[in-house]
Design a protein around this ligand. Sequence first.
Ligand code: ADP
Length: 302
Amino acid sequence: MSLEPRVCVVGSANLDLVARTERIPSPGETVLGYAYFEAAGGKGLNQAVAAARSGAAVAFVAAVGSDTAADSLVDIAEADGISTASIKRVPGPTGRAMITVGDDGQNSIVVIPGANGLVDPAHVQVHGPTVARAQVVLAQLEVPITAVIAAFEVARAVGATTVLNPAPAVELPDELLALVDLLIPNEHEAERMGGVDRLRRLGIHTVIVTEGRRGCRVFDASGERRVEAFAVEVVDTTGAGDSFCGALCARLAAGDAIDAALTGANAAGALATTVVGAVPSIPHSAAISDLIRLDGRGAPPT
Ligand code: ADP
């Protein structure tokens, strides 16, 4: 009998403020928009929700501010059964993304990290025992790199798997590179970091490049191979990458081998494109299993 799969996510939580307008205003210009909505976001929260919906027990190490957005983000995490005991509350604003979407599909985004900027090594260390209980520790780069390093050090000390989704893409310090078992960039991020060959030369054991409707490619000690995407009716690709990362980590924590876990991750990413938004589009394990079965790839390993 295997242990309960446990994933710890260290990352951001944002409230997304989304305005729809015919076209994005130029500097100094005011335009009238025609729709507005608010939604939970931030790569950390999205990926925590994705791992939880894929069946893992998830702890979320994060920070929110002292405003009403803080309560709604914590409520959203709890609604998916995520442990929020490691979310600290700090004075000031919760992270926000102000997103303007034009009718041509273009967008312009201002992210105010707010509380996310205060996820620091000290906070990670306070919750070290929580991090150490997970089989997989997953992080992105929307919180300070020093906090990610601190979390991965705890993970390494207990033999947990460290997974980094390097978004937004930045030059990774050597100290962090040395702590990453699995790196999951999309094509643009992989390119901005100098390509897969360089990343593997720098010592990362497994690099998984997500390639949208072409699925993903994996590069590890067994060589390079593609795991095909699932054919779905695409409505909105927001949340695909986050669903992929969270689902992959839940499956790795459950003991799946990498290729089986990637099939589940591709199915999760595909399903996320069939529903508008990020958190609402993140699929549960039952839907993921159904898609894998329907596609004829056999029953997913448990
Ligand atoms: P990001 O959203 O981070 O840019 P991708 O666009 O590469 O990441 O998508 C992540 C994963 O989601 C892909 O590897 C794939 O499994 C799935 N996915 C994304 N777009 C599609 C699509 N159009 N059809 C099927 N699967 C998709």
